[in-house]
Design a protein. Structure first.
Length: 429
């Protein structure tokens, strides 16, 4: 009987253990199924962790957007995002409450980049394409021509020129706003005017009459607009502020700037405070187009000139601009002059008795008795001379180098033969 009881208890304990094991397995499967149902429900409902959502304006610089996405990615997955594309323009696409990885893919594809994922980072880089499929700005053939753009920026003092009797006349022709010089140096010129009754003499002061030609003649001296600017500079009528020279491919825009970029605080679409930079100063944008017709090679220049200055204010910053856009036809080596860009400068200086005029205001008010503030208003005009020269192609440059090498080789052989025959002549003697 005892043995039967022991066997019965053992079987009962085994059955209880089996029931517990089966119950535990059923609970585990039930919980996993419940979790799967919750995950499936979240996926079907489009649920995303709020920490993974980002919002970006289409004007946000590319590098700034990558930095923001990198911070989110590092927080969520521990992977940083790096950009090796060398691009910092605006992303060009509005992102509003989007998952950061999806936003990264969209931004990269929109700007023609690819995203490569490694074990510890995400890399944004350019696509590897063949040279034939590259953009026109990235590929150039050996027959591609270049144009050398030489510019001279002259800042003239309008008041001093008016005081000297030099008058600028602007002609708005089909070539745009262009000026040139015909300089008259006679102190008095008599003009005979005949009419039916009498003859009168008119005296004229020395003036600078402008035409669409950029060359001028002054007595025995003849030159171009650059020489004229130097003449004015020596007479303290202005100064040459810059002489940029750039080589630009056919159909590609070239840009020069004499000035600075200012930053203005702005808010983007998501309310983030960002610095947006604006270019100020004298800005020249030139796009050359080379044509060849009936054996005549010439250049069509599309020119945009801008003179701007920033004026800070309590509420915002004002940017004053004066711009001119024109298209001119030039032969190889010709130049054109663009004017009419005015800028006003205000300056305040302290005048009066030395030392006493600079006393502090609380010192019996003597600074107001022995000094005063003088405001000076200066009106200046920016005159720009632009010259275009067509450069030879790569093939032509190579031929020039080969011809120079062959010519030098020929000269060396002639010199060698000359010195080689001298010893024979000495032996015969």
């Amino acid at each position: 009987m005892k043995k039967l009881r022991l066997n019965f208890q053992k079987k009962k304990s085994r059955a209880n253990k089996m029931k517990r094991f089966i119950f535990f397995i059923m609970i585990s499967f039930g919980l996993s199924g419940l979790n799967a149902q919750v995950d499936l429900k979240e996926k079907l409902s489009g649920y995303t962790n709020p920490d993974e959502l980002i919002t970006l304006s289409q004007l946000v610089p590319f590098e700034q957007a990558i930095d923001l996405i990198s911070k989110v990615s590092e927080k969520i997955t521990g992977k940083k995002v790096f950009s090796v594309a060398g691009f910092n323009g605006p992303i060009g696409f509005e992102i509003e409450k989007m998952q950061y990885k999806k936003a990264l893919m969209i931004i990269a594809q929109y700007n023609n980049f690819v995203v490569e994922e490694t074990t510890d980072a995400l890399l944004v880089k350019r696509k590897d394409v063949a040279a034939a499929e590259r953009d026109i700005n990235e590929y150039a053939g050996v027959e591609e021509k270049e144009v050398k753009i030489s510019a001279v920026l002259f800042e003239a003092n309008v008041y001093d020129m008016t005081e000297k009797g030099i008058n600028w006349q602007f002609l708005l022709s089909r070539n745009g706003l262009s000026v040139g010089g015909d300089f008259r140096t006679l102190q008095e010129e008599q003009e005979q005017t005949e009419n039916s009754n009498s003859q009168q003499t008119v005296a004229k002061p020395p003036t600078l009459d402008l035409t669409t030609e950029s060359k001028f003649t002054m007595g025995k001296f003849a030159g171009n607009a650059t020489a004229m600017f130097r003449l004015f500079e020596t007479d303290n009528l202005g100064e040459i502020i810059a002489r940029p020279t750039v080589s630009v491919r056919n159909g590609i825009q070239g840009r020069t700037q004499v000035g600075s970029d200012i930053s203005i605080k702005e808010r983007d679409f998501s309310g983030n405070l960002i610095d947006k930079f604006y270019s100020t100063g004298t800005i020249i944008e030139v796009t050359p187009y080379i044509y060849n017709q009936d054996g005549l090679e010439y250049v069509l220049l599309k020119v945009k000139v801008e003179r701007s200055s920033a004026i800070p204010d309590v509420i915002s910053t004002e940017i004053r601009k004066t711009a001119a856009t024109t298209s001119v036809l030039l032969l190889n080596g010709e130049e054109t002059v663009i004017g009419g860009l005015f800028v006003n400068e205000d300056a305040v200086s302290r005048r009066g008795v030395p030392v006493l005029k600079d006393l502090p205001w609380w010192f019996f008010g003597l600074k107001y008795i022995f000094g005063y503030d003088q405001k000076t208003y200066t009106k200046k005009e920016i005159i720009i001379s632009i010259k275009a020269e067509i450069l030879p192609t790569l093939r032509e440059r190579l031929m020039i180098k080969k011809d120079a090498f062959e010519e030098q080789k020929k000269e060396n052989l002639e010199m060698y033969d000359k010195y080689k025959t001298k010893p024979k002549e000495n032996e015969n003697k």
